[in-house]
Design a protein. Sequence first.
Length: 339
Amino acid sequence: MDVLRRLRGANNEGVLVAVILVVMIAMSLASPAFLTPGTFFGLVRSSLVPLIFALGVLLVMISGGIDVSFPAIAIFAAYTTVAWSSENSFDPTLVGIFVIAIVIGALWGLLNGVVIARFRLPTLIVTLGTQGIIKGILLTYIGSAYISASRLPPSVAEAADAHLVDVPGAGYLHAMMVPVVVIVAVVWWMLRYTTFGRSIYAIGGDIEAARRVGIRVVRTQILLYVLVGALAAVGGVIFVILGKNANPQSLVGTELDIIAAVVLGGASIFGGRGSVLGTVLGVLLVQLINNNLVLIGVPSTWQRAAVGVLLLIGVSVQALAALRSRPSAVLLEEEVSRA
C-alpha cells in the first residue's frame, strides 16, 4: 500500500501519468500519424503559453481563490507593449519588451490583489470585473487593430524565428521553451522552499488560522496577485512571439482549458493543495486532447465539450474525496473534545 501511495503521488500525479499514457496509446492505435516527431513538437509548442497561465492559476487556487482575468491581462500587457513599440518605431530589445509587459501585468495584478485582500471580496467576482474592464478598454480604444509580423518590433520578430531544435519536415522546438522551463523551476522552488510559498498554502488551508499564526495575509495576497499578473504578461508576450502577430481579441476565452488543466493536476478548488508537477501534467493532458482529437476522427468542435467533461470529472473527484475525509475529521474533533 505504501508503494502504491508513493506511485500515486500527493496530488495524484501518478494517476495522471497513467491517464496520459492510456490516451497516447489509444490515439496511436486510432491513428498511426500520432506517433511522429511532429506530434511531439506540436504538443510541446502548444503547451508553452498555457503552462505559464496554469502556474498563475495554480498559485491562486492554492491560496483558495479562482482567477479568470489572466488571459485578458496577458493580451492587454503584450499587445499594448508591442503596439507602443511599433507606433514609436522604438525597439527596447526583447528583454525590454518583457520588462514593460511585466510591469503592466503586475499593475493589473496589484489592482486584483488590493481589492481582494483589503475588502475581502470573492476572487471570482473581482477577477471577472477586472476582465470586463480590460475587455472594455481593448474594445473602446483599440478595437480589432491587428499587428502583423511585418510590423512587430525587430527583437520580437527575431525571437519568433529562434529554434532550439529544427527537424526538417517534422517540426521544431522553439527557443521560448527555455524561459518557460526556468519559470516552472522557479515556481516549484518558491512553493517548496520559501516562506512565501508556505504562506500561500497556509492561507488556502485556513485563512483565519494563517492570521493567528502570524502570516501577513493581506500583504501575501497582494504580492501573490502581482506575481500572477506578471506571469500572465510573460505568457502574453510568448504568445505574441509564437504566433508572430498581436491581436487584441486573442486569448480571452481560454480560461476553461487552463482551469481544467490545473484541477486535473490535483489542485484543490477548496484551496491549500496543488503541485507544479501535477499542473504540468494537467496542461499536457488537455493539450494532448485538444491537439489530437481530429487524428482519431473526432470533430474539432467537440474540443470544448471534452475539456468541460474533464473539468467536471476533476471537480467531482475532489468533492468525493472531501466527503470521504469529512467523517474522519468529525470523529477526530469528537475525540479531542472528549480528551
